[in-house]
Design a protein around this ligand. Structure first.
Ligand SMILES: [Zn+2]
Ligand SMILES: [Zn+2]
Length: 417
């Protein structure tokens, strides 16, 4: 059950809502309880019973599963008596070999490097903390962990793998490799570890959260929320005393950065859809496919659920995301005071959904790795895939640059005048 917090009682930890900046005093929370903002409904803290222990244990398991998932093939493609195994490393390597180093680096980073760094960072923070002595640089490592979160895309890669599997099953035999089970396990343990780690608890152990009834008697409206560790401080533009991040009342230049990135993504969306993203050559015949013609091919082959999935992830999500961001920016410009709660929720949705558009890129990387059988069958990545990957990255940056508190500020300014 969510606990709504209203009044500022003495001696309680103070937190400001990340999305609307309303100040709350956290109540005593029991295990598994969640505190949400009384005004916009965003999460303030999700308390966990033995969350740090669980995150540490799950991260050890995740590390082993990541090693297995990386070292052994995920899928094996069989055609005309020839076999071609493919996995995470060979997917990145194949893109590199066919002349797409940017895509190769992107696959390597999002499926292997970022998850590995995330697991190691979690262990570095949690294990010494459990032993009672935080490791040196824990604050910096914990901040890094937060930055890595959107870029570790094991679950999206798994979906790309399913699409690749379905597409290939249509033309040949595809065997599921032993490490696919490890990849599924990796996804589960990483998601569970992230959900177990109550970041409020970690930061509060490193240096206690500001409490109400503070003797310095600073007016609440003068407090600045650290975007990295959520500590409340009084000195804007100085490093946060707890984590060292630069303190800002709002994300710097949020409006213009979001607008510039959204426009860039919209421009990139044109070549991403006009240019072919890959060519499948099968017994000497095959034409380059765009994202849309790839969806049409799937429909023609009777794979409607997969066609729908690719359409939503690759075509609908980027467009709706950009339209959503445009609407939010416009509402700030107009000083709109209506549907603030809904607009904050829309922002949360836009922030969360963007990474799923990487499905097609992962599908292409796996097909390129698996289908390299010379004259019999080959899959080649095409320039549209680079443009499309840029669309996904730039829209992720755009939604990250937007500060939802601008909407609440704009509405408050309007009401005052
Ligand atoms: Zn709020
Ligand atoms: Zn901080």
């Amino acid at each position: 059950m969510p606990t709504h917090t209203h009044s500022v009682a003495a001696g309680r930890p103070l937190v400001a809502c990340p999305d609307c900046d309303l100040l709350h005093a956290l109540p005593d929370m029991r295990g598994g309880e969640k505190a949400v903002c009384a005004r916009c409904g965003s999460e303030l803290r999700a308390n966990q019973v033995h969350g740090i222990q669980r995150a540490a244990a799950l991260s050890v398991a995740a590390l082993i599963l990541l090693a297995v998932a990386t070292l052994f093939p995920l899928l094996v493609f069989e055609l005309e008596g020839r076999e071609q195994p493919g996995g995470i490393l060979s997917a990145a390597e194949a893109l590199w070999n066919v002349g797409y180093p940017i895509l190769a680096a992107l696959v390597f980073f999002t499926v292997l490097a970022a998850p590995l760094m995330k697991i190691l960072a979690t262990l570095y923070v949690t294990v010494p903390l459990l032993l009672g002595h935080p490791a040196p640089g824990t604050a910096s490592v914990f901040r890094l962990l937060d930055h890595l979160k959107p870029w570790a895309m094991v679950e999206v890669f798994l979906l790309g793998l399913i699409v690749a599997y379905v597409k290939l099953s249509d033309i040949a035999t595809v065997e599921i490799g032993p490490s696919l089970v490890a990849l599924v396990g990796l996804m589960v343990t990483m998601t569970w570890a992230e959900a177990s780690l109550d970041s409020y608890d970690v930061w509060d152990r490193l240096s206690p959260q500001r409490r109400s009834g503070d003797p310095t008697g600073v007016a609440p409206e003068r407090l600045v929320r650290c975007h990295a560790c959520a500590q409340l401080s009084t000195e804007e533009h100085l490093p946060c005393p707890r984590c060292g991040a630069a303190l800002h009342h709002r994300k710097p230049h949020s409006f213009h950065r979001t607008a510039a990135l959204a426009v860039s993504a919209a421009i990139l969306y044109i070549p991403a859809n006009m240019l072919p993203i890959m060519t499948v050559v099968y017994f000497g015949s095959g034409e380059p496919d765009t994202i849309l013609s790839g969806v049409e091919t799937l429909i023609a082959s009777g794979m409607l659920p997969i066609a729908l999935l690719v359409f939503v992830a690759s075509i609908a999500v980027p467009v709706l995301k950009l339209m959503g961001l445009g609407y939010l920016l416009l509402s700030v410009r107009r000083g709109s005071a209506t549907r603030l709660r809904d607009r904050t929720r829309l922002y949360r949705l836009i922030e969360g959904v963007g990474r799923w558009s990487m499905v097609d890129i992962f599908m292409i990387s796996l097909l390129t790795a698996l289908v390299q059988l010379g004259a019999i069958a080959t899959v080649q990545a095409e320039p549209g895939a680079v443009a499309f990957a840029m669309v996904v990255i730039v829209t992720m940056r755009a939604s990250h640059a937007f500060d939802p508190r601008l909407m609440w500020d704009a509405a408050a300014t309007r009401q005052e005048t």
